[in-house]
Write a protein that binds this ligand. Structure first.
Ligand SMILES: Nc1ncnc2c1ncn2[C@@H]1O[C@H](COP(=O)(O)OP(=O)(O)OP(=O)(O)O)[C@@H](O)[C@H]1O
Length: 749
């Protein structure tokens, strides 16, 4: 009884499949503003994973055929693993729209990135699908591999554009399931490369829930099982806990709980912290979710609570039918048969306000899945031949995003409820078919159902914890220790799988240090006197000031040169202030005397931000330089430098641009003995065999151009850094952002 759990939790093929309709597998559309906020929030390690995948996607689009990646994103509960997946999904999907094959076909309806998880709840958490439903996997995964048969062509068509497979909560994925996924993609893609040659991002925490049954987690090597893990996957670890970021003492305690072995004891201070959450059952709040280890405890708590809180509930009995052996007709049984584990329940004690959980994946995309929580808000009955029966149940779901599609379809409905009807399923008792609502009371649920969730408050019972990692999953759901109530506390129920720590040591670590090169230099170089200059074509300063503030590398610049500020007027407003910097601006309309049509054109403009410790003097007007979008700062300390930021609009002819640029360089050389650095967007591509008059002019004056890699999404190198004394710069390169067509470029002096 203690080991009671669903055999294959939440396995339910997509009901639409039965009708032969190809499931649409795109998660719901989210606005650009929403996505931008997600990107802004990424912490350093999340950003390094994000940019690493982003760079890979760009290389694919540019036809450079990078090797597929197989990353395992690890980290404790609440480190933001699912968060980073959502960001990667959005950005990768956007970039892949530029894949030549998609552009040629003018068809972007087939997915390029797949968001999946083993359980329906975990899949919904990331707006994805279950692996079973997406890949039409059989219920039993016993070898030999069962191919797709008649569905192969349909699956090939649906998944023909897939580049990246993302699997969340991978700790619950068994080796057999993983092997099946590999084979499926090999069959679909028609090759023998790992996962058919697509990239895989496996995400999860092996210290959390393991595969159901006797299967071992992927990271634990077993001789007689296929191992696709060890050979291919490289690990990236997130360490900053985001779920409990407002309660760091709790976050640190959870980190220790995560790895605690059964034989170990907590320190006295940890015991004290935990003791503050231990609550007598009678004192626990009644309106929050209770988390238990076993289904039996959950059922018991549910029926007790429904009776205590609701006086006039109706019993919705299952309608069971048995085939009459003489007539062959289905005959309704007088009373429902006793349910077995996993079957639609015998009786639902329903009343308005009763908390329930959906127990079948009705619509994974729409978030009406096994594990969706809500309250019964409307009991719709019908009366036929004098007999009244419950026909539909209206649910108010906890997650307002769930059920959106259904609500749109029932246009004209006056409430925000979703309505569910009875499902029909065969029972294990021979010949018996049951019609019942796929619901059960949900004042409580099991740890398996809450993995991946973030809750404000919960009551966790440790009484029947039977598995390593189980207590950790349950205890790590709430955002603060104050929101957690523990009943039946016992130290020995909190323990990690003893095999995991050793297995984790065997996973190769991925090196992402080149992804954020400026950050790496600042972190790893002990040179105190590094002076960092960054240029970025921002495509609008007011629109992107928040992105700049949140960027982990732009913020490191001592001098940040920005072009295409798109500002007009001359007032420095608070809206473009960067903390710790002084800003100098030159908007486009001030930059052209002989070309009024350019001065009037929208866009353009330059800005230079100097850190407050930098002694800088600005030059806005230079004799004879009448038509150039530029700003110059003369720096006296902590280094002696002259820095110019330039923007040449694509419509500004080289013939008119170059003389102005030359006069600026000549002037700088005369007035200042300091090394000169000129950076900007020159709209001259330095990749490929084309004429480069700007480069030639700079070279004729003794300058060297430092940037050698593409600086735009179209694989062109338009942003340059010219230095008159190249030996002053010891490092330069290209950084990444998500909010502009251009990437920033940097050099360190
Ligand atoms: N960079 C971030 N900025 C702000 N909030 C974040 C960030 N990363 C994650 N979060 C928030 O922290 C909470 C936990 O994040 P998430 O569910 O992604 O963690 P997880 O590592 O997947 O957890 P689990 O292992 O429990 O599934 C969520 O509420 C999420 O929105």
């Amino acid at each position: 009884m203690e080991h009671e759990q669903d055999e294959v939790p939440e396995y339910q093929p997509n009901p639409k499949e039965r009708g032969g309709v190809v499931p649409s597998i795109e998660p719901p559309k989210v606005s650009r503003e929403y996505v931008q906020k997600l990107y802004q929030s990424l912490n350093e390690t999340q950003a390094s994973i994000f940019y690493s995948v982003r760079q890979w996607c760009l290389q694919r689009v540019w036809g450079q055929n990078p090797q597929p990646f197989h990353y395992f994103v690890s980290g404790g509960a609440g480190c933001g693993k699912s968060h980073v997946i959502k960001c990667i999904y959005e950005e990768a999907t956007r970039i892949f729209r530029q894949l030549p094959k998609l552009r040629e076909e003018h068809d972007i309806s087939m997915p390029t990135v797949l968001l999946t998880a083993f359980t329906g709840t975990a899949a919904f958490n990331i707006s994805g699908q279950t692996l079973h439903s997406l890949l039409k996997l059989p219920r039993s995964l016993k070898p030999p591999y069962q191919g797709l048969g008649n569905s192969l062509d349909e699956m090939r068509a649906t998944l023909s554009n897939v580049e990246i497979l993302i699997i969340d909560e991978v700790s619950m994925v068994s080796k057999r399931l993983f092997a099946y996924v590999n084979w499926r993609f090999q069959q679909i893609k028609g090759n023998k490369k790992p996962f058919g040659g697509i990239s895989v991002l496996a995400v999860g925490d092996f210290y959390q829930l393991r595969p159901v049954g006797k299967a071992k987690p992927l990271c634990v090597y077993e001789e007689d099982e296929e191992d696709f893990w060890k050979e291919h996957f490289k690990m990236i670890t997130l360490t900053e806990i985001m779920r409990q970021k407002e309660d760091l003492a709790f976050a640190h305690l959870l980190n220790r709980i995560r790895v605690k072995q059964k034989t170990e004891s907590f320190s006295e201070s940890d015991k004290t912290l935990l003791a503050s959450a231990v609550t007598e059952s009678k004192d626990c709040p009644t309106d929050v979710i209770y988390i238990f280890a076993t289904n039996k405890e959950v059922d018991c708590h549910n029926s007790k609570t429904v009776r205590a809180l609701h006086k006039d509930f109706v019993n919705i009995d299952a309608e069971d039918y048995l085939q009459d052996s003489r007539t062959g007709k289905m005959k309704k049984l007088g009373a429902p048969t006793k349910s077995k584990k996993g079957e639609l329940v015998q009786t639902i004690e329903a009343a308005e306000g009763v908390r329930v959980m959906v127990t079948r994946n009705i619509d994974v995309e729409d978030g009406i899945v096994n594990g969706t929580f809500g309250k019964i808000a409307n009991i719709v009955t019908e009366t036929k031949a004098g007999e009244t029966r419950v026909q539909k149940l209206g649910l108010q779901l906890d997650n307002p995003k769930a059920g959106q599609k259904q609500r749109q379809n029932q246009q004209g409905a006056s409430d925000s409820l979703i309505y569910i009807e009875r499902l029909e399923e065969s029972l294990s008792k021979k010949g018996v078919v049951r019609r019942q609502f796929p619901l059960k009371l949900a004042f409580a649920c099991t740890s398996h159902k809450v993995q991946g969730m973030t809750l404000q408050s919960a009551v966790v019972s440790l009484k029947r914890v039977f598995e390593p990692g189980m207590a950790y999953v349950a205890l790590s759901r709430t955002t603060s220790l104050g929101g957690l109530h523990i009943t039946d506390f016992a130290e020995n129920k909190i323990y990690a799988d003893s095999e995991i720590a050793a297995a984790m040591q065997t996973i190769t670590t991925a090196s992402l240090s080149g992804v954020m090169p400026l950050l790496k230099h600042v972190r790893e170089t002990d040179l105190v006197e590094m002076f960092k200059i960054v240029h970025h074509n921002t495509e609008g300063l007011t629109t992107h000031i928040d992105d700049i503030k949140c960027h982990h590398e732009l913020r490191l610049a001592d001098v940040l040169c920005l072009t295409e500020t798109h500002l007009s007027g001359s007032i420095v407003t608070d809206s473009i202030a960067l903390e710790g910097y002084r800003v100098f601006l030159r908007n486009r309309h001030l930059c052209y005397m002989r070309f009024p049509e350019l001065a009037k054109k929208e866009g353009g403009g330059v800005a230079i931000y100097c850190k407050s410790h930098v002694h800088a003097e600005v030059f806005q007007h230079i004799p004879n330089v009448t038509d150039l979008e530029f700003l110059v700062v003369k720096i006296e300390a902590p280094v002696k430098l002259m820095i110019a930021a330039i923007y040449r609009p694509p419509v500004y002819s080289i013939k008119n641009f170059l003389p102005n640029m030359e006069r600026l360089l000549d002037y700088l050389r005369v007035v200042c003995p300091h090394p000169i650095i000129v950076c900007g967007d020159f709209n001259e591509n330095h990749l490929g065999n084309i004429k480069k008059p700007v480069l030639e002019m700079f070279q004729s004056k003794g300058y060297m151009q430092l940037i050698t890699a593409a600086t735009t999404e179209k694989n062109t190198l338009l942003d340059h850094i010219y230095v008159c004394q190249p030996n002053v710069c010891f490092q330069s390169g290209v950084l990444q952002t998500y909010y502009s067509y251009h990437n920033p470029i940097y050099c360190i002096v």
